[in-house]
Design a protein around this ligand. Structure first.
Ligand code: GLU
Length: 303
């Protein structure tokens, strides 16, 4: 049975783009008779607030999206991440990185597809004496060494996607210098632990998928299937941000009913040929990956 998931970051009120990914993830799982679990990705104490978690759940319910089991909070799972981190350490894959941001940038090349910096591996083979000296004045971040290995997977929407980990990604951070476990570690550890078999999310995370598949293999599991969906952009083509007041749920809920919003999202996704108010449950029989558009969508909430 398919087990999909919502994995919102409660760093503010959700915006229309968050809803769009959540709706498509839910439809993909439910239309296959699958389960849906909810994980609140509130790992970063600087950005996330407990009140936002409650609001995220209330907004999902308002829209007509439900989930199975109790929600999982990443902020309560530090001990579990510590164990997973230790298992990678035991495999001899982890090393401390003392580079400052400026040093990292100087020692990196931009990622082919998304402009993310590829770390050069500068601290990978640091002479012990140098490491000891640096440790006196800086707290390290912790990176995992990636091999010169090609990872390929078939995305449910975008088809075959391939990356060479060493060339296109580079050693990446598992734990930040302030002690917070990184998204890449937590997301894989949790999807693995929660038995997730299908990940549907925005295509901005497409290029994170090869390294996540590789981490899955290190944990000893079959990676889930992945479906990335196009991004929903602001009417002027910008990426949506939580600070855009007119795209966030507080504002939208004052102007639209849930079926009106879902109808618009379904139209933009390619699931309806013309606009009509609709509930997520009514869309379940209409859902088909073959209908979903691949290009990013500019939203015009007045359409
Ligand atoms: N928490 C991430 C976000 O809200 C999603 C992570 C994922 O789906 O892997 O963008």
């Amino acid at each position: 049975m398919i087990r999909g998931r919502f994995a919102p970051s409660p760093s503010g009120r959700m915006h229309l783009g968050n809803l769009w990914s959540a709706l498509l993830a839910w439809l993909s799982a439910r239309s296959a008779g699958g389960e849906m679990v909810l994980r609140l990705e509130d790992l970063d104490p600087d950005r996330c607030r407990p009140a936002y978690c409650d609001q995220v759940m209330e907004d999902l319910e308002w829209l007509g999206l439900d989930w199975d089991n109790q929600p999982v909070y990443q902020s309560r799972r530090t001990e579990f991440y510590r164990e997973i981190f230790a298992s990678f350490e035991k495999q001899g894959l982890v090393y401390p990185c003392y580079c400052t941001r400026a040093e990292r940038l100087a020692a990196s090349a931009p990622h082919l597809s998304d402009g993310v910096q590829i770390y050069s591996g500068r601290c990978r083979n640091l002479p012990p004496e140098e490491g000891r000296l640096l440790a006196q004045s800086r707290k390290p971040a912790w990176r995992i060494t990636v091999p010169d290995q090609v990872i390929q997977f078939d995305d449910l929407l975008y088809g075959s996607y391939t990356e060479n980990l060493a060339r296109d990604c580079g050693d990446f951070i598992l734990r930040r210098s302030d002690g917070v476990y990184a998204y890449q570690l937590a997301v894989v550890a949790d999807d693995w632990d929660m038995g997730v078999t299908q990940v549907v999310r925005g295509r901005d995370l497409l290029s994170s998928t090869p390294r996540q598949i590789w981490l899955w293999e290190r944990l000893g599991g079959d990676p889930p299937e992945f479906g990335h969906v196009p991004l929903l952009l602001a009417p002027d083509g910008r990426r949506l941000a939580k600070r855009d007041r007119d795209q966030e749920l507080g504002w939208l809920r004052q102007r639209f009913t849930a079926p009106e919003l879902v109808g618009r999202l379904a139209l933009w996704a390619g699931l309806l040929s013309e606009y009509a108010p609709v509930t997520p449950a009514e869309l379940v029989p209409l859902f088909d990956w073959g209908k979903i558009r691949k290009e990013d969508v500019r939203n015009g909430t007045e359409s």
